[in-house]
Every structure is written in structure tokens, then in C-alpha cells.
Write a protein that binds this ligand. Structure first.
Ligand code: SF4
Length: 393
């Protein structure tokens, strides 16, 4: 994909997980073939920037050499959002990881599903420390009172754990027959029709409502693991390389990229001796989110990332601030307590809204934004999802 700073390449770690060797290789390739900047997306993918038509094929070869795929159709349809602590947290249902692995294996060979919409995603939500309901997907397997359900749009059906992957696959096939391009995550009414297409009498389910509050995934976590966060989801390739090498010599030698833009380090019980990552759950940088802005997108002249980090210490505890280069709101498609949208003169402000909604204040400069943050005009009344959003993406 072409961006203002060159080609952008996305890498999907299988079920979010990379070996330390793979992470180090990606970091080195980002330096060698790109501009040395790496982003962790809200789906737990890695985005490398600044590649060129000449360097991108070499990067693809390097990826394949360490057992990873690129961004072809097969990789896209294997998009699975997984409970961040699956297989680690003793309170997360023990079937979670086996279901996700089986589903991934099914999707790898399901060429007939390549025509699914680009953002179509499946979820496996095993609950535990990260509570059930934080994973939002088009088709979601969810642990519920020791049993499993498969939910899609406005419908759900109980399912034995070992039958869950096949049912999710059949629902995806049914979507291609009856769903058109309206994803069940956004057009809930098609869920019942998808189950009916399979001859399954599903139960209706209420709108999920706000996602349950998710604990901050930074620092020591249940299941003997440690979590770090790249500020704004961005990291220097050299920092990722150092983190990977540190993991190789401590703990399990694995890095798990999660939908919440967190990197979980299984087997680690202390902070890595590496710079460039948030390790304190009270760090104010965890309260802000921003798109790439003018550093990589031609749609804005604002350096929204720099402004977000500059404003972070002024954002009250419990409030989330989204700074967007334009109304598209790429970094946070859902609602946020406060959203600043770069305009011709300064920032426009939306409260408890998406970036595209009508602002309540216009033309704020940084001084004005700071004053507003200190006047207590912010509110935080909606818990956020694992991907940082307050409504489904
Ligand atoms: S929100 Fe606008 S400025 Fe920011 S990355 Fe998306 S299109 Fe570009």
C-alpha cells in the first residue's frame, strides 16, 4: 500500500505471536528496507513504513525466510482477534487457544473465503483477567459460564468447544451467501439470517452495549507474563530489535502482539531492560491515541502524534484523548472521551464522539486545548475495548 512516506507493509503475526528471532528479523528488515519505524495496529498487526517498490520484494523474501506471510488474500482472511492472555492466564477458558489454532488452520486453506470484506474479522474470547466481551468481531466465539457460544450480529448459538471452529467457518460461508458487504459487526440484523441459512435456530441476543472495562495491560500480568506498550503504538525498529533480543535471553523467547496495541512477553516477570516502551500502568501516554498525521499521510499538515504526546501529561486520569489528522479518525474509529481533529486553523473538538461528528468547539490552539483539559471539561463514562475503541470498529 502506498502512503505519503513510501510503501506501507503490514505483517500479521500468526495468532499475534512472534518468536524473538522473527521479531528481530522484522525489526532489522524495517531498518534495512524501510524507514526504521514500526507501528502496532489495533488488530495486533505490525506496519512497516517507508518501503519502496524496489525494497518491498526483498522484505517479502526476508519475511518468508523466517516463516511469516505477507499481506496476501490468505493472510487477510486469517484475521483473528484473540484474548490477549489466552493460554497464559489460568482464568481464561482453556479451550481458547486450541479453538483459535484450529480456526486459523481452517482459514489458511479456505480459499473460497478470500472474497470476504477486507476488514472481516473473527474473534475468540475466552474471558478471564481480560473479561469476556472485550473482543468484538464479525463472528465471535465466546466462553460463557463454562460453555461456549458462537455469536454473530444479533444471534448466538451454544456450541461444543471442538465444534466451534467449523461453525465459525460455516457462518463465514453463509455470510458470503446472504450478507453482501454489510459486516455483522455493524449490521447486526443479518446474524439471524446467517444462522438460518445453515438450518440452525439461533437465539437472539441483545446489543452487547458498552464493552466491559478492560484492565490496563501494562506490567506484570496473570500467567507469569509482562506487558509493555509502544507509545501511540509506534516504535523504533532498533527498540523492537533490542526487546526481541532481551526476550531471547529471558523467559520464553516469545512476543505476543495484542489487539490493544500491547506487547505481552510470556515467561517474563520483570520489566525488560529496554527503552522505547511504556512499562508503568500510570504513564499518561497510555491516555492518548493519534494517527500517523503528516509524518506518513498526505491528508493533514498536522503532526498529531507529537501533539498527542505533548498533551498527554495534561489529560486527566480516566480520560482518553484521540488526536486525529482529519475527520476519518483512522487511529480510533469509535467514540472517545475527547477527540481533537486537525483543521485549517488549529483543532476542532468533539466530546464523546467519533472524529467525523460535529465538533463542539473549533479552532483551538495547544494553549486552548490545555486550558480545556485543566478546566475538567473531559469525561470518561464509557469503558474501552481491547482495541482502544469505545464502540465496535
Ligand atoms: S485520520 Fe486522516 S490524517 Fe490521520 S491517517 Fe487517517 S486519513 Fe490520514
Amino acid at each position: 500500500m502506498e502512503a505519503a512516506d513510501g510503501w506501507l507493509v503490514r505483517v500479521r503475526p500468526p495468532l499475534g505471536q512472534l518468536t524473538a528471532t522473527q521479531a528481530d528479523m522484522i525489526a532489522r528488515a524495517a531498518t534495512h528496507f524501510g524507514n526504521g519505524r514500526i507501528e502496532l495496529t489495533s488488530r495486533g498487526n505490525l506496519q512497516l513504513r517507508g518501503l519502496s517498490p524496489e525494497t518491498a520484494p526483498h522484505f517479502a523474501q526476508a519475511l518468508h525466510a523466517c516463516g511469516l506471510g505477507g499481506e496476501d488474500a490468505s493472510e487477510r482472511r486469517r484475521a483473528i482477534l484473540l484474548s490477549p492472555l489466552a493460554g497464559l492466564d489460568p482464568a481464561c477458558d482453556s479451550h481458547t487457544l486450541p479453538i483459535a489454532r484450529a480456526l486459523d488452520a481452517h482459514l489458511a486453506t479456505a480459499d473460497h473465503l478470500s472474497a470476504l470484506p477486507a476488514k472481516f474479522v473473527m474473534g475468540v474470547d475466552g474471558g478471564g483477567y481480560v473479561p469476556t466481551g472485550t473482543i468484538r468481531a464479525d463472528i465471535t466465539a465466546r466462553a460463557h459460564d463454562g460453555k461456549w457460544q458462537v455469536a454473530c450480529g444479533d444471534a448466538r448459538s451454544d456450541c461444543a468447544p471442538d465444534a466451534v471452529p467449523a461453525l465459525m467457518l460455516r457462518l463465514a460461508e453463509a455470510f458470503m451467501q446472504v450478507g453482501g458487504n454489510s459486516r455483522p459487526l455493524h449490521h447486526r440484523g443479518i446474524g439471524m439470517a446467517m444462522f438460518a441459512h445453515l438450518g440452525i435456530v439461533a437465539r437472539s441476543r441483545d446489543d452487547d452495549g458498552p464493552a466491559p472495562a478492560c484492565p490496563t495491560l501494562v506490567g506484570t500480568l496473570p500467567g507469569r507474563c509482562y506487558a509493555v506498550v509502544p507509545p501511540l503504538g509506534r516504535m523504533a525498529a532498533a527498540d523492537l530489535s533490542r526487546l526481541a533480543r532481551w526476550c531471547a535471553s529471558h523467559g520464553a523467547g516469545l512476543l505476543r502482539m495484542t489487539p490493544g496495541r500491547t506487547i505481552i512477553l510470556p515467561g517474563q516477570v520483570r520489566a525488560p531492560d529496554v527503552t522505547g516502551f511504556v512499562t508503568d500502568p500510570h504513564d499518561p501516554r497510555l491516555r492518548v491515541v493519534a494517527c500517523i498525521g503528516r509524518q506518513g499521510c498526505a491528508c493533514t499538515g498536522a503532526d498529531v502524534g507529537a501533539d498527542a504526546l505533548a498533551l498527554a501529561p495534561d489529560v486527566p486520569v480516566g480520560v482518553r484523548l484521540h488526536v486525529s489528522g482529519c475527520p476519518k479518525g483512522c487511529a480510533n474509529p469509535g467514540r472517545c472521551d475527547l477527540t481533537l481533529v486537525a483543521a485549517a486553523t488549529g483543532y476542532d473538538l468533539c466530546r464523546n464522539a467519533r472524529a467525523a461528528e460535529t465538533p463542539t468547539l473549533r479552532g483551538l490552539d495547544m494553549v486552548g486545548v490545555r486550558a480545556l483539559l485543566h478546566e475538567g471539561h473531559a469525561s470518561a463514562d464509557t469503558p474501552q475495548h481491547q482495541n482502544g475503541e469505545k464502540t465496535p470498529a
